[in-house]
Design a protein around this ligand. Structure first.
Ligand code: ADP
Ligand code: MG
Length: 399
């Protein structure tokens, strides 16, 4: 689960991490009030969406030379104008994709005078199963680009969970950022509080880009992007309460209510599959025959007819879906349960696109019989290859 920058900064502040003062606002009036509580004379107005690259982003509704989603403001008049241009409009950044994201909230914070910009992040390294630090002097810009062009400018190390964070980790960060004296001490304290915030909240990712040295010699986090391990949210009701469903895909939210693993994709073939591996294989073979899947969907091993019906409804509600492929291997999951779920859902919501069903495994004959007797216009398939070809042909090949 991801949260907004203003929420991330609040969480970090509570762990003693140095972040600028700021207040969130959903109206022009609130934005002006927020600025009134800040010292000034320089303010920064920042669009709050779950995507980075806001500074270089552009608003769909504004002319292309209008400013992006992070703006310096020097007066209340500027702040009101920026708020008016941002609120309700759609910000397109490298990370939002061409559709962009509507800005429903902005963050007004004190402006910092920047001496240097660095990059610092913490994430779970799946290879070592440890929390890793990634640090670079090349902050403020696209870290993927830095990793590609000048990988030697990125320093990484991981933390042994048995010892936790140690003074030498702080020194490693200070060295990587070429900081000494008081700034090295600040780096030490920062590294400790970031690690504590990360582990105490079961974060998955914590990215500070940029971390800055201000003209008055202070290390400060000017941006914060935080993601949490969704499986651990039950342990953190305060964090779970920060969820902003308007930032998430409506179909994915609906799927999560039924405990379905669902991810929206760009293609036009809706897939309903059991088991993540089989779902991947199904997506691969659809691509192999020249089409693109509209989603990843794993209904799980022990799905009920109700769950299958919910999954089917989510797929059919997607206007991009021009055909559906149900590919089930009945192991723990029985084929008749799948068939019943599909029939129930189709009776309720109708079926306007071709449906190919491939069933194999436990109670397969019974499952096929249920589909046949239902009178639904189902195209049966014998195996994965046959199923993929049939669905790709019936949607007319490529998107
Ligand atoms: P994004 O990464 O989404 O573009 P950032 O929060 O990193 O958004 O802001 C983009 C740039 O704007 C930063 O790299 C920094 O140079 C500048 N900036 C952001 N916040 C402040 C601030 N409080 N004071 C001064 N400059 C800022
Ligand atoms: Mg940033």
């Amino acid at each position: 689960m991801n949260i907004h920058e203003y929420q991330a900064k609040e969480v970090l502040r509570s762990f003693g991490v140095p972040v600028p003062q700021g207040f969130a606002a959903t109206t022009i009036e609130e934005a002006a009030e927020a600025a009134g509580k800040l010292p000034g004379p320089v303010y920064v107005v920042k669009a709050q969406i779950h995507a980075g690259g806001r500074g270089k982003g552009r608003f769909k509704e504004l002319s292309t030379d209008a400013k992006g989603g992070v703006r310096l403001a020097k007066s209340f008049v500027d702040i009101r104008a920026d708020a008016a241009e941002m609120l309700g409009n759609t910000l397109v950044t490298l990370q939002t994709g061409p559709a962009g994201k509507q800005v429903n909230r902005i963050y007004v914070e004190e402006g910092s005078e920047i001496e240097k910009e660095f990059y610092l992040s913490l994430l779970i390294d799946r290879v070592t199963s440890r929390v890793s630090f990634v640090v670079s002097t090349e902050g403020g810009m696209d870290i993927e680009q830095v990793a590609h062009d000048t990988p030697e400018k990125i320093v990484t190390f991981s933390i042994d969970p048995a010892t936790g964070i140690m003074p030498h980790h702080g020194r490693a960060v200070a060295k990587a950022l070429r900081l000494d004296g008081d700034l090295a001490k600040q780096a030490q304290a920062l590294v400790e509080s970031l690690y504590t915030a990360f582990t105490a909240n079961d974060m998955e990712m914590l990215e500070i880009n940029p971390l800055i040295v201000s003209k008055d010699g202070k290390l400060r986090c000017l941006d914060a992007k935080v993601g949490f391990d969704s499986n651990a949210l039950a342990r953190h009701p305060d964090i779970a309460a920060l969820r902003d469903e308007t930032e998430e895909d409506a179909k994915e939210i609906e799927a999560s209510k039924y405990d379905l693993s669902y991810v929206t994709l760009d293609g036009n073939i809706g897939c309903m599959v059991n088991g993540a591996g089989l779902a991947m294989a199904t997506m691969d073979i659809i691509k192999f025959y020249g089409a693109e899947p509209a989603n990843f969907l794993d209904v799980g091993g022990g799905a009920t007819a109700e769950k299958v019906a919910a999954a089917f409804k989510i797929i059919t509600a997607d206007p991009n879906v021009k055909g559906i492929l149900v590919n089930i291997f009945g192991g723990i999951m029985r084929c008749d349960v799948i068939a019943e779920g599909v029939v129930t859902a189709v009776k309720e919501v109708g079926l306007k696109v071709p449906l190919v069903v491939r069933l194999e495994g436990t109670n397969v004959e019974l499952g096929k019989q249920i589909l046949k007797q239902s009178g639904l216009n189902v195209i049966p398939a014998d195996d994965l290859d046959d199923a993929a070809q049939k669905i790709v042909n019936s949607v007319g090949g490529l998107n």
